[in-house]
Design a protein around this ligand. Sequence first.
Ligand code: HPA
Ligand code: ZN
Length: 340
Amino acid sequence: MSADLRAFALGLPKAELHLHLEGTLEPEMMFELAERNRIELPYASLEDARAAYDFRDLQSFLDLYYAGCAVLIEEEDFYDLTWAYLVRAARENICHVEPFFDPQTHTDRGILFGTVITGILRALEDAEDRFGITYKLIMSFLRDRPSSSALQTLERARLYGHRVAAVGLDSAEVGHPPEDFAEVFETARDRGYRIVAHAGEEGPPRYIKGALDVLGAERIDHGVRCLEDPALVQRLARDRVPLTVCPLSNVRLHVVETMSEHPLRRLMDAGLVVTINSDDPAYFGGYLTDNYVEAAGALGLTRTDLAALAEASFGASFLDDDAKEARIAEVRQYAADDKT
Ligand code: HPA
Ligand code: ZN
């Protein structure tokens, strides 16, 4: 991979559509917040924490990801977490973000929904003012907890109206099919939320169909296992259902063993709408630009491919059509002016 390609990817205007705010908690901030909130961490040092980030699968990651959340207590903690991500986003020319947060991870520990969302929204507003980064916030339900808990979370969000733009579904996938959340998502659709869902990361292609048919998902998070079902691939291509693909995440969680085996290029070649995202960058060894660059290096993607992926990231977003067009024009201008 050339330094030039990194410079190109770094400056490329991009949207990030699959990013868990809790997954941006760097070990440094985990230690800082642990001290501030007088919480005991299971790690002796930063190196100790990083050494623990050697995952076998999704569940072994989720165990540490949820444990790390214990340091997030005050509104200020959620603000600092979100702000640190947005400062990085600004440096990488990420100009639109649609981040997830997992309210149940916090409300189940006795933290108020309002504490969590107010901290996050304040940081998003400040980043819009300061850096011009636009946003749509996505509230994600934990699929390994009862659907009654998801419904309760939906009720709590009512007070915040359309400041929550969309709802999603994440956490341990296998054994927790989308159908379990039919009622929750029907209610969410009735209340005007946009719909996304993780599906086909570790789970089978039928979970992707369930997310589309039962939940009404407009975008599939991950979705890489669709390739096992050619009819599903055709459907996703025909209906232009975007996939938010996370290359480094897939390697670190052993969805694929190496980046050169990653299906990103095959998904693009099959005519699917594909975007690149970082998922949980503090845990998976790279932020958004790293995902562009590492995928490009291993799969032979060109600048034209990367620009097309950046265009797709705005096209697949929940921005209105005028805003999408304006951002896509910026990508085209950037590629045309490229001097890197
Ligand atoms: N998959 C499912 N749940 C998650 C993930 C993921 O990649 N990251 C955070 N929660
Ligand atoms: Zn995810």
